[in-house]
Design a protein around this ligand. Structure first.
Ligand SMILES: O=C[C@H](O)[C@@H](O)CC(=O)C(=O)O
Ligand SMILES: [Zn+2]
Length: 277
């Protein structure tokens, strides 16, 4: 498991492109038959991917890295499938996950196995895991069952649908909040006007992008913004003090996941566009 340390905004404003990418950009999530994991010290969120093709993939790591006797002993997990049909087996119970379905796995689950149904159309499970101090039941949800809301307008090139999966009024969790935002065709902007939430960090994973398309992801303090160029199926870490917004060369979908002091989705401090620098 790769480890990323937490960052101070006064240091980050000195970073060049290479250093910004090294600290915040996660380029590889889906390697066939491998588990990819990055533990950030921003609220200790683990960001990862499981792409089973010919083999099953087990959720595991060097246990010394977490100081526990099994992965979810003191953690919870959110998994969203962005590939073909697959399933997740939690302590012997199999949950089928089609494209864009979400599974929450509660603290205390001992064995989590990721599987694809068809090696020709492999599943790709995007993973967020946060420390948890209370057990909540493992639960599945789908786009159709999620609490969804329309946001934005074509005039602002940001017409999109926000789907909330793991949140206050949805699947219950200790601190993990997770969902998916889908931009309509011809709409390129997400989260503009931008916001910060010093109470919670956030991670974005962009997908449904063509191979030659990119998202210019915006980060930094509102008056010290920087950009990171992100390609299909890559993630980016947003410290609690940073905006997290982006504009694509075409429309896209992204998964957002948060951990921190509260689970109130609307607890954001809006930044007026006129105040951005
Ligand atoms: O704190 C919440 C997150 O930044 C996202 O949910 C924002 C988002 O999906 C969007 O505006 O498109
Ligand atoms: Zn946010």
């Amino acid at each position: 498991m790769e480890r990323r340390y937490a960052s101070h905004p006064n240091e980050v404003k000195q970073f060049d492109t290479q250093r910004l990418r090294k600290e915040f950009h996660i380029p590889t999530l889906f390697t066939p038959d491998q588990l990819e994991l990055v533990l950030t010290h921003e609220d200790r969120l683990i960001i990862g991917g499981a792409a089973p093709v010919n083999d099953e993939i087990k959720l595991e790591t060097e246990l010394k890295e977490l100081g526990v006797s099994f992965f979810l002993e003191r953690r919870e997990l959110g998994a969203i499938n962005v590939g073909g049909p697959g399933s997740v087996v939690v302590d012997g119970t199999e949950y089928e996950l089609n494209t864009k379905d979400c599974l929450y796995v509660g603290k205390g689950s001992r064995e989590v196995i990721f599987k694809s149904k068809d090696a020709a159309k492999p599943a790709k499970f995007y993973l967020n895991s946060a420390p948890a101090h209370q057990e909540f039941p493992t639960a599945k949800t789908t786009l159709a069952d999620a609490e969804s809301g329309a946001l934005g307008s074509i005039e602002n090139s940001n017409e999109r649908t926000i789907h909330r999966f793991i949140h206050e009024n949805g699947i219950q969790s200790s601190q993990l909040v997770m969902g998916m935002t889908q931009l309509k065709t011809g709409n390129m902007w997400n989260t503009m006007p931008a916001h910060v939430h010093p109470r919670r960090m956030e991670a974005y994973m962009y997908f449904d992008l063509a191979e030659d398309a990119v998202v210019f992801h915006l980060m930094g303090e509102p008056d010290e913004t920087r950009h990171i160029v992100i390609r299909n199926e890559q993630a980016v870490i947003s410290p609690s003090w940073s905006i997290h917004s982006g504009v694509g060369t075409s429309n896209y979908t992204f998964i957002w996941g948060m951990a921190g002091d509260n689970k109130a989705y609307a607890d954001m401090d809006a930044v007026a566009i006129k105040d951005l620098k």
